[in-house]
Design a protein around this ligand. Structure first.
Ligand code: URA
Length: 286
C-alpha cells in the first residue's frame, strides 16, 4: 500500500469515528506542503511519503479498512451501439486490468455487428491487433476471415471479440505475443460478459482453450471441449480450435475438417443454408 493510501485510510477512519479536526504541527504542515508540490509535478508519481515524525506518530501500525467492493461495468445508452460504446470507454481505463501492470497500454475492444446471430470469442489481441486497434486482423484474423467466407459470412455480419482487451506484455517485446494469464482474464471478464448480454447472439463460438476457459470455466485440451453444446446463460456455445492452431497445423486436413465440422454444426443450429459443396469442404479426396 502506498504511503498516501495509509494516510488517507487513517484520516477516513478518524472521520468515521467522528473526529472532525486533527492538529498538525509546523513540521507536519511542511511535509504536507511538500507532498502537494510533488503531486503537481508532471510525471511525478502521486507518491506521498510521510516524512514528518509528527504525522508518523499519529499513524496506526496497520489499517483495518474493509475491502472496496469489486468494480462493476455499467453499459449506459438506449441502443446496443451506445451501450457497447459505453463499455468500450470503461475498458480503456479499467483499473483491475491496468493495475496488474502486465498488460500493454492500448485497449482493443471488439468489431462487427451488434445485432449478429454469431459471436466469435478469442483470447487477447496480439501485435497486429494492437497496431490497428481491432481484434483478429493479423495472420489468425486472416484465417478467421477465410472460415467466415467459407460459411458465406463477412466480418460485418458477425460480432468478434476477445476475453482480454489488452495485449499481454512480455520482456523486450517486439512482435511476439503471449497467452493471457488467469488474473489477466479474470480482470477483463466483466466486459465479455456484458458484451454477450448486449449483443445476445443466438450462438457463441469460443475459439481456443483460453476463450473456453474464460467463458465456460473449462480446462483441458480443446479436443475434449469440442463436439458438444455448452451453455453460457442460455446461449449455446461451441468450442473450436483457435485459428492460429490452424496456421500452425499447416496442411493438416483433419484439423481443418474438425474446425469446419464445428462451423457446420453452428450453421445447422442457425438454419443457415448449406450447399453440398460446403458440406464436403476439407474431406479427403477419395
Ligand atoms: N488471437 C486472438 O485470440 N485474438 C485476436 O484478436 C488476435 C489473435
Amino acid at each position: 500500500m502506498r504511503s498516501a493510501d495509509v494516510v488517507i485510510d487513517f484520516l477516513e477512519a478518524e472521520q468515521a469515528r467522528g473526529v472532525s479536526h486533527i492538529y498538525l504541527d509546523e513540521g507536519a504542515r511542511d511535509g504536507l506542503r511538500a507532498w502537494f508540490r510533488r503531486s503537481k509535478q508532471p510525471r511525478a508519481e502521486a507518491r506521498i511519503a510521510p516524512s514528518s515524525p509528527a504525522v508518523m506518530a499519529e499513524l496506526p501500525a496497520q489499517t483495518d479498512t474493509p475491502a472496496a467492493p469489486p468494480l462493476q461495468v455499467t453499459a449506459e445508452g438506449a441502443s446496443k451501439v451506445e451501450r457497447l460504446a459505453s463499455l468500450r470507454q470503461q475498458a480503456a481505463n479499467w483499473a483491475p486490468a491496468r493495475s496488474l501492470g502486465t498488460l500493454r497500454e492500448t485497449m482493443v475492444f471488439a468489431t462487427g455487428n451488434p445485432d449478429a446471430r454469431i459471436m466469435l470469442v478469442g483470447e487477447a489481441p496480439g501485435y497486429e491487433e494492437e497496431k490497428k486497434g481491432e481484434p483478429f486482423v493479423g495472420p489468425a484474423g486472416q484465417k478467421l476471415d477465410d472460415i467466415l467466407k467459407a460459411m458465406g459470412l463477412s466480418r460485418n455480419e458477425v460480432y468478434i471479440s476477445n476475453i482480454v482487451k489488452f495485449r499481454p506484455a512480455t520482456a523486450r517485446q517486439t512482435t511476439n505475443n503471449r497467452k493471457p494469464a488467469p488474473q489477466e482474464m479474470a480482470a477483463c471478464l466483466p466486459f465479455i460478459h456484458a458484451e454477450i448480454g448486449i449483443v445476445r447472439p443466438a450462438c457463441i463460438i469460443a475459439m481456443g482453450g483460453t476463450a473456453a476457459e474464460g467463458l465456460l470455466d473449462l480446462t483441458g485440451p480443446v479436443t475434449s471441449m469440442r463436439g458438444l453444446w455448452h451453455d453460457f446463460k442460455g446461449i449455446r456455445v461451441r468450442v473450436t480450435y483457435h485459428p492460429s492452431y490452424l496456421l500452425q497445423s499447416g496442411a493438416n486436413l483433419a484439423i481443418k475438417r474438425q474446425v469446419w465440422e464445428d462451423m457446420l454444426t453452428v450453421m445447422e443450429e442457425l438454419s443457415m443454408p448449406i450447399s453440398a459443396r460446403q458440406r464436403g469442404f476439407f474431406l479427403p479426396k477419395s
